[in-house]
Write a protein that binds this ligand. Structure first.
Ligand code: ZN
Length: 127
C-alpha cells in the first residue's frame, strides 16, 4: 500500500503530465486545479491522500496512470547502462527509464527515443 508521500508525489508528477493534451483533453484544466488545491493543503500538513485518490479515480486515464506510478517496479535489475551513448545508436538498442525501468526498443536507426510516459524523463541506453 503506497504511503501518503507516494500519493502526493504521484499527484505532483501527474500534474506535469496533465499539461499534455493526450491524457485528459478538456478535463485536464479542472483536474489540474483540483490537484493544485490539494497539493497546497498537503504542503500545509494536511492529509489529502484520500482526496487525491478520488481525483485519480475520476478518469480512466488518471486512474491507470496513478496505478502504474504507484506500482512497485523491479526497475533496473538486470540492466546495465551503456557508457558513452550520446551519439546515434543502431536499431535494436534498448532504452530504459532510470526511475521505473520501462523499456523502449528502437526499431529503426535514428528513431527518437520517447521520454518515459510516467516520469517524463529521458530514457537511458542499456546494454
Ligand atoms: Zn519512468
Amino acid at each position: 500500500m503506497p504511503n501518503e508521500d507516494d500519493v502526493v508525489e504521484c499527484a505532483r508528477a501527474m500534474r506535469a503530465f496533465l499539461a499534455r493534451p493526450d491524457l485528459l483533453g478538456d478535463e485536464a484544466a479542472s483536474t489540474t486545479l483540483r490537484i493544485d488545491a490539494l497539493l497546497t493543503q498537503a504542503e500545509a500538513g494536511e492529509d489529502v491522500t484520500d482526496a487525491l485518490r478520488s481525483v485519480f479515480e475520476q478518469h480512466d486515464a488518471t486512474r491507470e496512470w496513478a496505478r502504474q506510478f504507484l506500482a512497485p517496479t523491479p526497475a533496473l535489475r538486470g540492466y546495465k547502462v551503456t557508457p558513452g551513448t550520446s551519439g546515434p545508436t543502431p536499431a535494436g538498442s534498448r532504452f530504459v527509464c532510470p526511475k521505473c525501468g520501462r523499456v523502449w526498443v528502437r526499431r529503426q536507426a535514428g528513431e527518437e527515443v520517447p521520454d518515459c510516459p510516467i516520469h517524463l524523463i529521458a530514457r537511458v541506453a542499456v546494454a
